[in-house]
Design a protein around this ligand. Sequence first.
Ligand SMILES: *[C@@H]1O[C@H](CO)[C@@H](O)[C@H](O)[C@H]1NC(C)=O
Length: 180
Amino acid sequence: MTSLMHFFTTIFLVLIPINAITHHHHFGLKSLHFTLYQHETINKTGYIVVNGVAGPPVSQTTTPFGTLFVFQDPLTLKPKHTSKRVGTAQGTSITSGLDGLQSISIAKITLDVKKHKGSISIVGVTNNIKPSNHPVVGGTDDFLFVQGYVTSSPVNLVGLTVTYKIEFHLYWPLYASSKP
Ligand SMILES: *[C@@H]1O[C@H](CO)[C@@H](O)[C@H](O)[C@H]1NC(C)=O
């Protein structure tokens, strides 16, 4: 009996990791990890719509406290803005740090990647000069019920178009597989 159980445990341990690699499933949980690049051009894809009231002035990295910024930025596969476009990030950020470096950000990210189409929504505080993690609060279509987080890091802040690296870590809960 014990040796039979050991036999099945061994088979289980040998088979499951193979399944995890080939189907991007980890013990039945589906996940997806990829990196895209967000390009933001001042007064073209992103605008200050309400001026802030305190703190540092508008610069390459700072905006006054209370600044309301709205954007609709392209997302590409590679760092170059001319590389293949596979998504859009639309949202708003409000400078919420008195240092002028941090802002509360809300965004809907529309994606067409790795045979998955739909959108995810994120919320969190973005730091203009450091990597920031934003929890995924939900999704639509192929991303329905998705959880996880997105890490946004500045890549190039010089010039009219600034670029951010966006790393996606998406996980589908078990109940997502029974979607209508
Ligand atoms: C963007 O537009 C605003 C308002 O017209 C202007 O004050 C600002 O200088 C512009 N910024 C750049 C970088 O062109």
